[in-house]
Design a protein around this ligand. Structure first.
Ligand code: ADP
Ligand code: ZN
Ligand code: ZN
Length: 764
């Protein structure tokens, strides 16, 4: 018999790309002699994996001396990075993400790596040359399970949080332009043209932080926060300030103080379209000290900002969700502006919430986490009530003005009086008045398109997206009716991007009586133009702001009073600060109130409070009109009074009784398959597996399982989905049970179980 030979050598623990969740662990590799000292924690390597010994990319998570049997471990082939991209702090975030969001190690690694490095084959290289055709993801939160080739997948992973020119993409992903053109055809990517010369370097007036003079109320909040920031263990604070109270001024001052102490800062904003002004303000006060990261940047610009952060020449990072992973050290403060916004939660794996990552980072750096909002999430406000967060409140506007007067308009009465337009008499009269005195108005309708559905009046057939089974929305191109000219119609799916030419007859009964109904922003624009032919109207929604710089151009033109009325979706509701806006109209608010999940009221309250808050921010007093069919609804009444406390109390009482967050945690399990039956079976199987895993636990974990139910909007992208919702407490023990269940489910290849199904798990 052969003698077993033991070897003692330096090994690397590697997170490998493409490992399935059920096989995902750190794999040990021998570090060959010539690579000792070159293989380092946080660098990417190439190593053989699996039976064919194909080489794959991985990230070194740890290095240690190990004893093992000769021949039992494979050897690292190559080191890909000349520098370390993920330091110890980032590596611990990888572990955190894996445990808390049920993703693989490498999925976590990818969301932290700089974008250019997400694709294995490339080192960071400066791209030169003039670029023209830019693409971006048509939907920021694509489903995880689209059927795509590896090349297509690599293109998409590079485009997460970025736009890029086709040329850049072909280079970075080593693909031909055809791969990208195909993704555009599928509606997964959107293309637009960008002027060759880089824009957006418009002049921003320089300002100095010491010039900001805080009001007494602001000063009080500032002093408290400042003291907290300089304490040894500042933890988390919530700054709740009514709209126009000047929260921004308070945290700019705080950041100034942090910088003076030699510390750095991160400021998160919810979505670039919501906050072009915030970004400009930061550039104005902090100049080149501020690096800005968002999806509107080209790959090259983004890479440049990344470098400036890494080498310390930028000390404040302002950006959207993923900026929380910025490679910045010595953090003094992290600010999350409009902390209740849903854009802080990633909708694709890893499904992290930026607030949770911020907490990890603040804990590591002993820095202050400052959450700021006029309408904090139920969760954060509750934490401030039970003493987990420090609470600071700004209860008056900086201008000293009162909040706008809000009127609730009953559209049933309008209809009874014979007014079938989308504008009540009162709102129309106010718009006319504003036009006469040269003040600006803002109209919110949270639905883009022209008509929101198309149906046959003979058989009732509604025109649906064949992929997603949701009604198609009718869009019209070719200018406003006022401009005249040819207009063409098309039906568009807002979920998958499918575009169909207009139907002249019913596909089911062949009748030619097709009726279009429902109202989108495009139709509102037309109606307004008819009512007020002389008005200059700007429409802002996903359709009009596709091209680079369109948000900024639109908002700044409106700010310069080049338009009288701005019509738009939720992108116009938040964060904007224009002193000449004195009238806000909200149309069809009912839709959002009855959205169908437990967050419907919270979102509606926040949306109304925010949009109403756009009015009367300057010297002049503002007013707002909410049009609804349910004027007696208490959420509308509280929103009209801007009574956040009142809303919080009501909503908390309901959530506590019904057991919803923040009084429990929700863990969602979703199965998906091309076969509806499989998706449903798999969901039932998962419940059995979960029950088995729970039995193994020594201590009892209190949970409640709801479902399975067919989820949300039919079968998005030709897949059927079933959801189980587990009301639980998010503890280490529960996460372990969930992770074991998920692994067991994914290993179950019987055709009754997960043979034909995908499954994902996340916390809401
Ligand atoms: P919020 O974000 O709380 O809604 P902002 O920070 O946008 O409010 O402030 C509202 C307006 O008041 C802005 O135009 C801002 O420039 C102004 N403002 C707030 N605080 C000050 C201050 N201390 N000095 C001068 N202007 C201020
Ligand atoms: Zn029909
Ligand atoms: Zn669709």
């Amino acid at each position: 018999m052969e003698e077993e030979k033991r070897i003692n050598s330096l090994t690397a623990l590697v997170a490998v790309e493409r490992a399935l969740y059920s096989f995902d662990r750190l794999y040990s590799y021998v570090i060959p002699h010539e690579l000792i000292g070159i293989v380092e924690k946080g660098k990417r390597v190439l190593a053989p994996f699996g039976r064919g010994a194909k080489k794959i990319t991985g990230l070194v998570m740890d290095i240690k001396q190990t004893e093992f049997e000769a021949g039992s471990l494979k050897t690292i082939s190559e080191v890909l990075d000349s520098e370390v991209y993920l330091n110890t702090e980032m590596l611990s975030l990888v572990h955190w993400l894996k445990e808390n969001t049920f993703c693989t190690y490498y999925d976590a690694v990818k969301c932290i790596l700089p974008p250019v490095l997400r694709n294995p084959e490339n080192a960071e290289k400066r791209l030169t040359g003039k670029t023209e055709r830019i693409v971006k993801l048509s939907n920021d939160d694509l489903p995880n399970d689209l059927d795509l080739t590896p090349k297509q997948k690599s293109v998409i992973s590079v485009l997460e949080n970025n736009s890029a020119s086709i040329k850049e993409l072909c280079y970075i992903c080593s693909v031909t332009p055809a791969v990208i053109t195909n993704l555009i055809k599928k509606g997964i990517l959107e293309e637009y043209r960008q002027p060759v010369a880089q824009t957006s370097d418009e002049l921003i007036p320089e300002r100095d932080v010491s010039d900001i003079e805080l009001s007494d109320v602001q000063k009080q909040a500032f002093d408290g926060l400042h003291k907290l920031m300089n304490s040894p263990d500042p933890k988390c604070a919530l700054l709740r300030g009514i709209t126009g109270s000047g929260k921004t001024s308070v945290f700019i001052k705080l950041i100034g103080e942090a910088l003076d102490k030699g510390k750095n800062a991160i400021v998160l904003v919810p979505e670039i379209s919501l906050t072009p002004q915030t970004i400009a303000i930061f550039k104005g006060y902090f100049g080149d000290n501020a690096a800005v990261i968002h999806s509107g940047l080209s790959m090259t610009q983004r890479t440049d900002e990344y470098k400036r952060i890494r080498n310390g020449s930028a000390r404040i990072v302002v950006g959207t969700r993923s900026a929380i992973f910025a490679p910045i050290d010595n953090i003094g403060i992290i600010v999350i502006d409009e902390e209740g916004e849903h854009t802080y939660k990633s909708e694709r794996s890893p499904r992290y919430h930026a607030r949770d990552i911020a907490k990890q980072r603040c804990f590591k750096h002993n820095s202050l986490l400052l959450l700021s909002s006029a309408t904090p999430s139920m969760d954060s406000y509750r934490k401030s009530q039970i003493g987990k967060y420090s609470l600071f409140e700004l209860t008056e506007r900086y201008s000293g003005n009162a909040l706008p007067d809000v009127h609730i308009i009953d559209m049933k009465i309008e209809a009874a009086m014979g007014n079938h337009s989308n504008f009540s008499e009162a709102l129309a009269a106010e718009i006319r008045h504003n036009l006469q005195i040269g003040e600006q108005s803002l109209i919110l309708l949270n639905r883009r398109g022209y008509y929101t559905y198309v149906c046959c009046i003979v058989c009732g057939e509604v025109s649906m997206c064949p992929n997603c089974m949701v009604p198609l929305t009718c869009h019209i191109s070719g200018g406003t009716s006022a401009a005249g000219g040819m207009r063409t119609q098309a039906s568009v799916c807002h979920y998958c991007g499918l575009i169909r030419s207009y139907l002249h007859s019913c596909p089911k009964c062949m009748s030619r009586f097709i009726k279009q109904s429902g109202t989108g922003t495009q139709r509102i624009e037309d109606e307004l133009q008819e009512l007020f032919p002389e008005a200059r109207i700007l429409r802002m929604d996903a359709d009009t702001t596709m091209t680079k710089g369109a948000y900024e151009r639109g908002f700044s033109a409106y700010g310069n009073r080049e338009y009288d009325i701005m019509v738009g979706t939720q992108m116009i509701a938040k964060g904007l600060d224009f002193s000449n806006v004195t009238l806000v109209g909200v149309l069809l608010i009912d839709k959002s109130l009855y959205a169908g999940d437990y967050l419907g009221y919270e979102r509606t309250f926040s949306l109304i409070t925010q949009v109403v808050g756009r009015s009367g921010r300057g010297e002049k007093k503002g007013r707002a009109f909410l049009q609804t069919y349910t004027p007696e609804h208490y959420v509308l009444k509280l929103a009209a009074r801007q009574d956040y406390r009142g809303f919080y109390e009501e909503e908390a009482a309901i959530r506590e009784t019904m057991l919803f967050p923040p009084f429990c945690d929700l863990c969602v399990v979703e199965t998906m398959s091309v076969s509806e039956k499989s998706a449903e079976n798999a969901a039932h199987t998962f419940i059995d597996i979960l029950a088995e895993q729970l039995k193994k636990e020594k201590t009892r974990l209190p949970i409640r399982v709801l479902g399975p139910v067919k989820s949300g909007v039919g079968n998005i992208n030709s897949k059927f989905r079933y959801r189980i919702i587990v009301k639980c407490k998010n503890t280490a023990a529960f996460r372990k049970v969930m992770s074991d269940s998920l692994t067991a489910a994914l290993s179950d290849k019987s055709d009754k179980g997960f043979g034909f199904c995908g499954v994902s798990v996340w916390f809401e």
